[in-house]
Design a protein. Structure first.
Length: 443
């Protein structure tokens, strides 16, 4: 124990768990995961669409890390799901254009898909008639079909990885909240079950994978203090059970306002065949404001955390405010939500969506110029901070966390042994079989 380096991971979501998995197979590393909740993966990991997204829609230059991570991780998740009997339903995603102009966007996507490592046989660019033949309920001037998009259960998958990690010697501290990181002194203060008497843990390296709270911890060590965060609640409405079979694929549409984190609502197939419509993106006050259609759990204090300039600039943006109002209307009325997809699924009746589905919170980083689309990996000599790790973050978690490990090795921290060399059963031993394009470095 004394000659081992102690690595702390803050956050036991799917990213924290996959990071811990790779670390647990490296010699002379002692791994501890710190999680403020009573169990693993209770927030964003379990509150999402549950889709394994193929990155056909991602710019291979501007989002190279996320795109490559999603592309390779599809194969890693597939083998994992089959080995451990996890939900895996390759329903496919049909993304449609709502206008003739958006057909050009789909043509661009078809080129990006190949650049992002997707096999040509797994994609198809469709005209109006082909869209109608594939999905008779859909009316659109064009579409792109990603045949291997998959419906799964990230909460169950992440829980299984947590179980494997514990067998590999990873320590999990639940009900434990990191209050402050003292990076120069290499220790944290933490509280257990809300105790007012904080305790301390020393570390050699700390990895901040705290999701929507990660920027707060990064600010404590002086990283990206110019960035602020806004929270958005994504909500879904469930369709009546007798509508199972209404469509055979997920139905998405090209985003009208890609510069804002407002996804146009879509229709998703759950692993059990049930259908849900959403999400909207309602601005909320904090990372746990899950209650839909009301102001309950609205937290005002995060709105006044510094820096304030990015938030002030955004709330004087008339386009943003108009979009925010549209999102709020979709929160309180399923009719408003369904009307938003009637432009490409004209036969959908709002009265068939009477029950609320799940809701999740997305934290989006902003600066004085607006929203930051990219994931940020920042570091000090003894800390790594993963910021703005949003969709398709869960899809890309296995390979993205592997890239973090490779970058640590290249920077001299993990100098002894190869990643995974001490695993008794390396569940992703074939990770290098799916490499394509140039090698990527995170820091």
């Amino acid at each position: 124990m004394d000659n081992k380096k102690r690595v702390l991971i803050v956050g036991s979501g799917i990213l924290g768990n996959t990071l811990a998995y790779w670390l647990s197979g490296i010699p002379k590393i002692n791994v501890t995961v710190i999680e403020k909740e009573a169990d693993t993966s209770l927030h964003t990991t379990s509150r999402n669409t549950g889709m394994i997204h193929r990155p056909f829609y991602m710019n291979p230059e501007k989002k190279a890390v996320l795109a490559k991570s999603a592309s390779i991780s599809y194969h890693l998740w597939k083998s994992f799901a089959h080995n451990f009997n996890m939900p895996w339903n390759e329903v496919g995603t049909l993304e449609v254009a709502k206008t003739e102009l958006q057909v050009k966007t789909l043509e661009k996507y078809s080129k990006w898909a190949i650049q992002n490592g997707i096999d040509e046989k797994d994609m198809a660019l469709l005209n109006r008639e082909e869209v109608k033949k594939l999905e008779r309920k859909v009316s659109a001037p064009g579409g792109i079909l990603s045949k291997t998009d998959t419906s799964t259960d990230y909460g169950a998958i992440s829980g299984k990885i947590c179980e494997i990690n514990r067998k590999n010697g990873v320590t999990y501290l639940f009900n434990t909240r990191v209050e402050h990181i003292y990076d120069q002194k290499q220790f944290i203060e933490y509280s257990v079950n809300g105790s007012k008497q904080p305790d301390k843990i020393n570390y050699d390296l700390i990895i901040n994978a705290a999701g929507n709270r990660s920027i707060d911890l990064a600010h404590q060590v002086g990283i990206h203090k110019d960035l602020s965060i806004l929270y958005f609640r994504g909500e879904y409405w469930k369709l009546d059970d007798d509508l199972k079979g209404f469509v055979e694929h997920n139905i998405y549409s090209v985003a009208d306002n890609p510069e804002f984190p407002f996804l146009d609502p879509h229709l998703i197939l759950r692993p059990d065949g049930s259908l849900e419509i959403g999400p909207n993106a309602v601005p909320v006050g904090g990372p746990y404001s899950y209650r839909e259609g009301t102001l309950r759990n609205f937290e005002i204090s995060p709105l006044f955390k510094r820096p304030l300039l990015p938030k002030v600039s955004l709330f004087f943006n008339s386009q943003f405010l108009n979009l925010a109002m549209t999102e709020w209307e979709s929160s309180i009325s399923q009719r408003k939500m369904i009307q938003r997809i009637n432009s490409f699924i004209p036969g959908m009746d709002y009265r068939r969506a009477r029950t609320r589905g799940f809701s999740g919170i997305r934290g989006s980083l902003i600066d004085k110029n607006g929203f930051i689309p990219e994931t940020i990996v920042a570091k000090t000599d003894t800390s790594i901070h993963i910021l703005n790790y949003n969709s398709p973050g869960a899809t890309g978690a296995p390979y993205f966390s592997y890239l973090v490990m490779k970058s640590l090795q290249q920077n001299g921290f993990l100098v002894e042994g190869q990643i995974g060399s001490t695993f008794s059963n390396n569940i992703w031993k074939n990770v290098n079989e799916f490499e394509y394009g140039p090698e990527l470095k995170l820091f």
